[in-house]
Design a protein around this ligand. Structure first.
Ligand code: HSE
Length: 437
């Protein structure tokens, strides 16, 4: 039997503690599956005395993650610290530079420095594995990189943030406000320390940047992503979507277009009968549209200690077996810069909710401005029952919901700017893009 793989773990929060417990509990099965034992021999965390329910007595203790990363006693450095900067970045660089394979769950680090770190790993002939960085227990990284290595991809889209999906689900099912649902998600421990990171779409964008690179062979580039969060979504939008046969989800979408790769994160209307629309609560899902095969959707827990540790352990298992794959599926020299398709040129259907003045000529004015931009309407709903389509509606105004046929982002923005100048609406129009699925 080969010698045991010696692992050092930096970060003993929820994920690190579950990982240590899992390695102990699964010792025999892991040895049988990997052909050698996996041993956590060293750990590093902020507090040595904190009670974590795990036995650390036989492990070497480090206060400094960089010192752990350089320790000659380990073969693999597991980074569970988080954040794009130091100490996570310095420790990962130190581990790779000293010839150790790295396993990380750190989406922020990969979205910002993924290509550089992959190049360093490549030059040292070691692995840089990050299955846990996107969708936790969902094996989406391996699916794109290995399971579908022979496919070419047209579009990848997914629910990549459990907090947002939880909030939208509760708002829809229990008619609760955005603020109430966010508080609940925080209480349940789903949200990031700074919840704006979840609800403004940045967490989804980091994960999407990684998936887009794996799918399209591009350099990871978070700055190429158009990002909108969910804080403007109201129960009125969710009720209207429901009536029209849709659900609203925060999606990350990467799609190949003739103008380049479009990467966007925004609230999205999806048909209620689609696979992605069935995904409720904190669960994550990714749909893969590969050329010549029907779309496939992977669904599962996208956050939490056990789900994240499951992916980390699978990455460690690959290293134990001697499996090493280019981190982003091909050598870094072959990753191309993203040719970014501008958002203004995005094409698709749109949901538009306006609060219109209840006066003769208003509908005609709105219709004229849309026609000027060649926007054709699939449906138009106007209701005087404010409980139905907009509780916030003032006296003398009426909610109007428009669903357009495919048009461009530019046309919609120009038409709505003109409607605004016409003074026939109050407040800002609500615009939600519709994703075909
Ligand atoms: N805050 C994230 C979520 C955790 O809600 O999905 C996993 O990245």
């Amino acid at each position: 039997m080969a010698t045991a793989l010696k692992v050092g773990v930096a970060g003993l929060g929820t994920v690190g503690a579950v990982l240590v417990a899992q390695v102990a509990r699964q010792r025999e099965a892991l040895t049988a599956r990997c052909g050698r034992a996996i041993e956590i021999v060293a750990v590093c965390a902020r507090s040595r005395t904190k009670e974590r329910g795990i036995d650390l007595k036989k492990m070497k203790w480090f206060a400094d993650p960089v010192a752990l990363a350089r320790d000659p006693g380990i073969d693999v450095f597991v980074e569970l610290i988080g954040g794009a900067g130091n100490p996570a970045k310095g420790a990962v660089e130190a581990a790779l530079a000293s010839g150790k394979s790295v396993v990380t769950a750190n989406k922020a680090l990969l979205a910002r420095h993924g290509v550089k770190l992959a190049a360093l790993a490549e030059s040292k002939h070691v692995a840089l594995n990050f299955e846990a960085a996107v969708g936790a227990a969902i094996p989406i990284v391996k699916t794109l990189r290995e399971g579908m290595a022979g496919n070419s991809f047209d579009r990848i889209y997914g629910i990549l943030n459990g907090t947002c999906n939880y909030i939208l689900t509760r708002m829809e099912q229990d008619k609760m406000s955005f603020a109430e649902c966010l508080k609940e998600a925080q209480r349940l421990g789903y949200a990031e320390a700074d919840p704006s990171f979840d609800i403004d779409g940045h967490d989804t964008a980091q994960k999407l940047a990684i998936l887009a690179s794996l799918a399209f062979g591009t350099k990871v580039d978070q700055s190429a992503i158009y990002v909108e969060g969910i804080s403007s979504i109201t129960p009125a939008d969710l009720s209207a979507a429901d009536e029209l046969g849709y659900r609203v989800k925060l999606l990350g979408v990467a799609v190949k277009t003739p103008k380049g790769i479009e990467q966007r994160v925004h609230p999205t209307m999806v048909r209620k009968d689609s696979a992605i629309a069935q995904v409720m609560g904190v669960t994550n899902a990714v749909t893969i549209d590969a050329t010549d095969i029907n779309p496939l959707t992977l669904v599962g827990p996208g956050a939490g200690g056990a789900a994240t540790a499951s992916a980390v352990l699978s990455d460690i298992g690959d290293i134990a077996r001697g499996v090493r794959t280019a981190p982003f599926g091909r050598p870094t020299a072959r990753l191309v810069s993203v040719r970014k398709a501008p958002m203004q040129r995005h094409e698709g259907g749109y949901y538009i909710r306006l609060v219109a003045r209840d006066k003769p000529g208003t509908a005609a004015t709105i219709a004229k401005r849309l026609a000027e931009q060649d926007i054709s309407l699939e449906s138009i709903v106007q209701r005087h029952d404010p409980a139905h389509l907009g509780r916030d509606t003032k006296a003398g105004s009426v909610p109007v919901i428009l669903i357009t046929y495919a048009t461009s982002e530019d046309a919609v923005r120009k038409a709505l700017a003109a409607v605004g100048r016409d003074r026939v609406i109050s407040g800002r129009p609500q615009v939600i893009r519709i994703e075909k699925n």
